[in-house]
Design a protein around this ligand. Structure first.
Ligand code: GTP
Ligand code: MG
Length: 417
């Protein structure tokens, strides 16, 4: 697909963007700024450089052009002056808004969903994940197939290019619908295989790592399962789920690393990733990993819980794992210290005004009734506490599901290793 063409750092010239978001009656200016940080990080993960951010206070988005007239002129001038490749909006735009904005700005117009879809398409490794992303992209595209929004236009490169005429559009829509049903069939087949695979693992307790993107799930997975799992300071480093067998004190369990969540995760993505998310839905225990150093960790917990509810995986036994405690303000003996140049600006920005580990613990005690543990997966801090809690929970579940486990082990002559 043309509009999903990968924006890579390998491109000769790095693509540039300006970001736009509104502070509305429902969204404070502080929140808006924070969302823009995240949007810039998403752009960076896509290989796009952010040159400037525009915010505007409006009660609600302008129905024609999202921002008001004056702000649009300001953005247009900047885009012309700096020959900016694209303007990225933090909220979804209607097809007519896209049309009007394209006419005015004369460059590519993207929204957060499209950016996330693009990153997923870069990251997907397995044929299942690739198919899921492609399905999500076509579903995103279908209602937006207007004159200005077609992927089937000539090979101009980049994402969100100008489209063809009305007649070709009808053909395009038909092609997209056919493609969607084809991809659904393909996914059905892959899912059937996956189901058989999962069934054959029935004899073990299943634990899934869940959490907001970039909180350290893969880092923790690597530490616990002692295997190489890809982790990176980028959003959505993991799109495919990985399963590893872990044995603690003779109790085996399966640990799954899963795709991270984010605010405004495109619904088409959640839908087409349903089967990957089955790993979460079918888990016996969730390790909900939280970036304790992020100023909005509470909101991120809420977003994860909401997404879990959407995929029918709420109300499972859960351990809240507060990670990255090495980045908290030093006041406790367990704190590690991170060299300043080891962190990128994103982390630094979010470190300002941070509470200490004690402050965090107090606040968590007051808000969360679930089991909690405070660790640093990167520095290996407090891992014993996590292991202990995990072992306790896993054994509980293990002996509930497999009451005859020990007996079976003895009679089959295995030692449970
Ligand atoms: N300082 C610090 N950094 C950490 C810690 N754990 C993970 N990180 C860093 O956080 C970044 C994200 O880690 P990942 O393990 O890729 O996070 P993830 O949750 O798997 O992210 P996605 O797959 O993108 O959802 C990486 O740069 C890690 O090195 C920690 O305890 N302390
Ligand atoms: Mg990951």
């Amino acid at each position: 697909m043309n509009y999903t063409q990968k924006l890579h750092t390998t491109d000769k010239k790095q693509e540039t963007a300006v970001l736009v978001a509104l502070a509305t009656s429902k969204q404070s200016i502080e929140k808006t700024k924070e969302y823009l940080d995240e949007l810039a990080f998403l752009a960076e993960t896509s290989g796009v450089k952010t040159l400037h951010r525009f915010t505007q206070k409006l009660d609600k988005p302008d129905s024609r052009t999202f921002v008001g007239k004056g702000k649009l002129e300001e953005i247009t001038a900047f885009v012309k002056d700096k020959a900016v490749d694209m303007v990225i909006f933090d909220d979804d735009l209607s097809p007519s808004q896209v049309r009007n904005l394209e006419t005015e700005l004369q460059c590519k117009i993207l929204d957060r969903s499209l950016l996330i879809l693009n990153i997923f398409s870069i990251r997907a490794q397995t044929s299942q994940a690739k198919t899921q992303v492609e399905l999500a992209q076509y579903q995103y595209l279908l209602p937006r197939l207007t004159r200005m929004w077609s992927h089937l236009s000539k090979q101009k490169g980049g994402i969100g290019m100008r489209g063809p005429g009305e007649k070709e559009l009808e053909t395009d829509r038909r092609i997209v619908r056919d493609k969607i049903s084809l991809l659904r069939d393909k996914l059905d087949k892959i899912e059937k295989q996956g189901f058989t695979q999962r069934k054959s693992r029935d004899k073990m307790v299943r634990v899934a790592l869940v959490g907001y993107t970039n909180v350290g799930k893969s880092t923790l997975m690597r530490l616990v399962s002692k295997t190489d799992v890809f982790a990176e300071n980028k959003l959505f480093a993991t799109v495919d789920s990985t399963v590893r067998k872990v044995v603690f004190n003779q109790i085996p369990f399966l640990l799954t690393d899963t795709v991270g969540f984010i605010r405004k995760l495109p619904t088409t993505l959640v839908e087409s990733f349903k089967s990957t998310l089955d790993e979460i839905r079918e888990a016996d225990l969730l390790l909900h990993v939280v970036d304790a150093s992020h100023s909005s960790y509470e909101e991120q917990i809420d977003i994860v819980n909401t997404t879990l509810a959407e995929i029918a995986a709420a109300d499972k036994p859960t351990i809240l794992v507060f990670n990255k405690i090495d980045l908290l303000a030093a006041s406790s003996g367990t704190n590690g210290h991170l060299e300043e140049d080891e962190q990128d600006t994103y982390n630094v920005e979010h470190q300002e005004g941070h509470m200490s580990l004690e402050g965090l613990k107090d606040s968590v005690m007051n808000h969360h009734a679930t089991d909690t543990v405070f660790i640093s997966a990167e520095k290996g801090l407090n891992m014993d506490a996590l292991r202990e809690l995990l072992l306790e929970k896993v054994s509980q579940i293990h002996y509930t599901i497999f009451p005859n486990y020990l007996k079976d082990q003895v009679f089959s002559g295995e030692n449970g290793q």
